[in-house]
Design a binder for this molecule. Structure first.
Ligand code: PHE
Length: 596
């Protein structure tokens, strides 16, 4: 069946970033396609909630009505070498910066133009504002040291959790890179070192490391459970250290990498460098991230834009083509040359693949068991942005303009808007809680309407504790929204975050990860979406996966080589891909399909 060539369009399932980017690439290669989307909106995990609905979407930059929103999904974009492809999309293909939509995202509560300012923190029952942002205060304000009744060696607490984590845990994986390496080379070297440890969670990895010292010849410390729990508390989310080591290190690299100067095939975008402006390290979208996906859809000819409310229920290869059944009010059956499935694995698992040859054992296993993490956001709308008001906050040096506050209270993280900062009478929308893992399951457990009173009580109380002001001073909550991505029928998970060993190739079969990177149904069924990229929980993963799905889909065409050359020239090659390896993988699969 590998030889059969159908002239029918390719069916893209899912109009999130992976599906839309696949469509943009196919469009540039002049290959016809159809996009089926189950929901009544496109964008997937790029999703903006506006308390004032369509009015806010229409409001121009600077109009207070525009800022009555929060980004439920993707909300911040680090401008680092890894993310070159994302900024190539934003700047070069969608012109978001020319439209004034690409603005700075503040990682800290920037009061002045230059100095990083701390937000608030509240751990172990103790609130702190003026603390250094890396919690390295010698005073041990959270009383986690042994001397102060906690469980961690005093010297380590003094050094600070963020320094210990980055110097002792993350840095060793970067040791194999040199300054001269290109971003892609760096990534490949780090990745190689990481997958060697893939059997480990970060917890098991650390507990098996030899004792360490902070200075050469200094006292030695064992890696203890107390140290691991302390690092998890301050640097991650509850329980996240049980997921793959690979994931935590990748996460740290994304968050802590220096801002990008970009070399290589996508260098043309290098952030604002030609106009002499300093590139910011993080960006967000003025007016909501859904402007990204809207701009992507606008790139497609009208007849090829996503068909909404079409939920696929069955995929089956029949006579060398792929038959897709979907609910669109009716029960429609349509036949395509190939299919690119760009939906989360939680939704994919519900689709019926009745033909046993379409999905191997490894693929069915991967779709079911590759781990997704939970994430919950709770946004409250107050009458005004009290956190930007010096009277309420106790002086101009205590106000907050963007940034994130952290706590071990149930809300875990507060994300202040970086947009509309100087807009008069701007609505007071705050992400009062952003959480992952067990933290997200717990606060997400209050998502049902009958628990909303309890939820609001808890969130308001936590906000007051964290900021050291009364609930009265914050004013009334006029609206709110809780969103747990595990509760969403079209997602059933927030983002992939694999367990140990899920990236690893076993002796006698490919890894679960590799099995989903290769096609099913005799080369005609492709899986895209961030779960099939190494860059989980970032738009980059969706884009890279789409590129690879299209590259693989070209295999069955007579003009494959020409089109692949065009693909590589126009769209580069993702850092995680190597064309030679992709060829080898497809060849190996043809020889031994059952191993994939
Ligand atoms: N990219 C998301 C964020 O900025 C989520 C994320 C989760 C990133 C886990 C890395 C690790 O918050």
């Amino acid at each position: 069946s590998f030889g059969h060539r159908s002239t029918k369009p390719i069916c893209i399932i899912g109009a999130g970033c992976a599906g839309l980017y696949s469509a943009m690439i196919l469009e540039s290669l002049k290959i016809p396609y159809v996009i089926l989307e189950a929901q009544d909106r496109y964008g997937g995990h790029v999703f903006t909630h506006r308390f004032n609905g369509a009015d806010g979407k229409k409001a121009p930059i600077g109009d207070p009505a525009r800022y009555d929103y929060f980004d439920v999904g993707a909300m911040r974009f680090p401008h680092i070498p890894f993310m070159t492809r994302v900024f190539d999309l934003f700047q070069k293909r969608l012109n978001l910066d020319e439209k004034g939509l690409l603005i700075e995202y503040h990682m800290d509560a920037q009061r002045g133009p230059t100095d990083p300012d701390p937000t608030f923190a509240h751990f172990n029952g103790r609130r702190f504002c003026e603390a250094a942002p890396d919690h390295s205060s010698k005073a041990d304000v959270y009383a986690v040291s042994k001397t102060n009744g906690g469980a961690v060696d005093d010297e380590l607490v003094q050094r600070g959790s963020s320094k210990i984590f980055s110097e002792l845990v993350v840095k060793p994986f970067m040791a194999e890179c040199t300054k001269e390496d290109s971003a892609d080379e760096k990534f490949r070297k780090i990745w190689k070192a990481l997958v060697r440890q893939d059997k480990h969670s970060i917890r098991s990895y650390l507990l098996n490391q030899p004792p360490f010292s902070l200075v050469e010849g200094g006292p030695k410390y064992d890696w203890t459970v107390s140290i691991v729990e302390w690092l998890e508390t301050f640097e991650s989310a509850t329980g996240l250290f049980d997921q793959a080591l690979v994931e935590s290190i990748m996460d740290a690299l994304d968050f802590d990498a220096p801002a990008a100067t970009i070399h290589g095939p996508l260098a043309h975008i290098s952030a604002n460098e030609d106009d002499g402006k300093e590139p910011y390290s993080w960006y967000c979208i003025d007016g909501g991230s859904d402007h990204i996906v809207e701009a992507m859809v606008e790139q497609l000819p009208e007849a090829r834009r996503p068909r909404l409310n079409c939920r696929v229920t069955k995929i089956e290869s029949i006579a060398g083509e792929i038959q897709v059944t979907y609910r669109d009010g009716l029960h429609t059956v349509e036949t395509f040359s190939q299919v690119i499935c760009a939906i989360p694995l939680g939704s994919l698992q519900s689709i019926d693949f009745p033909n046993l040859d379409d999905l191997s054992y490894m693929k069915r296993l991967s779709i079911r068991s590759l781990q997704y993490d939970t994430s919950t956001k709770v946004a409250l709308k107050f009458k005004k942005r009290w956190w930007q008001d010096p009277e309420i906050m106790g002086g101009p040096d205590r106000i907050i303009r963007g940034g994130v506050s952290s706590t071990d209270l149930p809300i875990r993280k507060v994300v202040y808007p970086s947009f509309g900062l100087d807009v008069k009478d701007v609505p007071g929308v705050l992400i009062a809680s952003y959480s992952w893992s067990q933290d997200a399951q717990r606060i997400g457990g209050l998502a049902a309407p009958e628990n909303h009173t309890q939820l609001l009580e808890l969130v308001k109380k936590n906000l007051a504790q964290l900021h050291g002001i009364t609930e009265g001073k914050m004013g009334d909550v006029v609206a709110f929204k809780i969103f747990n991505w595990h509760n969403e029928p079209h997602s059933r998970g927030a983002f992939p975050l694999f367990r140990p060993s899920q990236f690893t190739k076993t002796d006698d079969a490919q890894s679960m990860f590799a099995s989903l990177k290769t096609p099913g149904a005799g080369g005609k069924l492709h899986f895209a979406g961030e779960a099939t990229s190494v860059h989980h929980a970032w738009i980059l993963g969706a884009l890279n996966s789409a590129w690879r799905a299209v590259w693989n889909a070209l295999q069955l065409r007579e003009d494959a080589e020409e089109l692949r050359r065009q693909l590589q020239t126009e769209w580069g090659v993702p850092d995680e891909e190597d064309v030679k390896l992709l060829r080898e993988l497809l060849a190996a699969q043809r020889k031994m399909p059952h191993r994939f």
